[in-house]
Design a protein around this ligand. Sequence first.
Ligand SMILES: [Zn+2]
Length: 462
Amino acid sequence: MTYMENISPLKAVMDIWKVKRGKPEDILSRQQSRLPDLISFARSNSQYYAQKYSLLPERISSLQQIPPVTKSELMANFNDWVTDPEVSIESVKEFVSDMSLVGQLYLERYMVSTTSGSTGVPGIFIQDKSSDTIMKTLMAIRGTTKLIWSDILKVAAKGGRNAAVCSTAGHFTAFSTAERLRLKNPSNGKIRAFSIQSPLSTLVKELNEYQPALIGGYATAMEILAEEQKAGRLNIQPVAILLGGEKLYPNVRAKLESFFQARVLDLYGGTEATAMTFECEEGQFHVNTDWIIFEPVDEFYQPVPPGKQSHSVLITNLANRIQPLIRYELTDRVTMFSEPCKCGRPFPVVQVEGRTDDILKFSTPNCQIIHILPMALKTIVEEIPGVRRFQLIQTAPDKLTVRLEVDEGNPRDQIWENVREALLDYFATQGLTNLSIEKSEELPQRHLKSGKYQHVLIDYLK
Ligand SMILES: [Zn+2]
């Protein structure tokens, strides 16, 4: 049996609107009715959960009774995890390896996005129609909280064009969402993806031509574009800048606000749950706990009290049934707060340590400095078949060292050769023909002190 019951956009809007200014009890009652439904659906339709929960009582009274799950575990059991027998790892891998299908629906009904996430194990995440409707509605209603009416009028007056500055090296959420919207109405030009893999001068030229009213992207990409704007090479006047996928530091936010004179909206979410939070007027992240159960935990999966930083966080996505995520571990360190926010919304406030990859700096043979965005590099490597985990480390002004772990049963030397070639090709498009790329004998690893996993980092004394 497949999950076919679709929540209508109108119903989603009504429900999400109703709790916007409601009480915490309104949220809790929604969680309490949605969670048992999801659990019983997963038990009856996912062999993986049926097996995993086989010793649990019929009626589960508390979340803590449920064992957590991780991305590597779920990915290793993909075909048993999904709740639609037509979905398989083989066919979905084939789908995401075809770049002409970005923005199209898999099996004509599912949205698919790939991710490396922060643990280094690649993931493939599928959303059903209901989840797509709910996440989009959360974004539209709550994700735009900081915009005021005059902003919306300004966006319209400027032609309403929306630029998604993203990695175009794979089926990543930002790219596939932009493509999906574009394909719905290909001729109106209201949304366009711009590749962070393009040389910066190309990206700047294309954005100058497009003149977006809204621009979205990763913090590191927008920071570099802000520098271009300040230098006068980029000349755009977006009303708002939408960020996500990377930690936004206050100094970068200040730079974006001042160089673009635009409103900056940040979002903490993931491919697993795109609209996990929204930013309010007070600049705080609120968790959309009516659809996402969010549990900060320590290294033994025990709850961490409010005000204390967690080791990771377990999320339960109450909106998506094709690939149930129930107490799924996200490796972000977060701090939840029990005090209500000044804005008065009933959703809890969370602070996120976030991912912190470094922007690399190389110089071309004619001494021009080129900034390399971590997301651009990362997404090139994670698209190479057989790559399990990796780390790209700038170990000298002209040297990149690669730590590589390959999927079992794959020829390591061949995969390494593919990685090396893909990186050399990419650097060549940036004018960097003078770099050496070396393989490390070490496996990818977390930072010894911080415990953080970085995909792209600088490790030498400048
Ligand atoms: Zn608030």
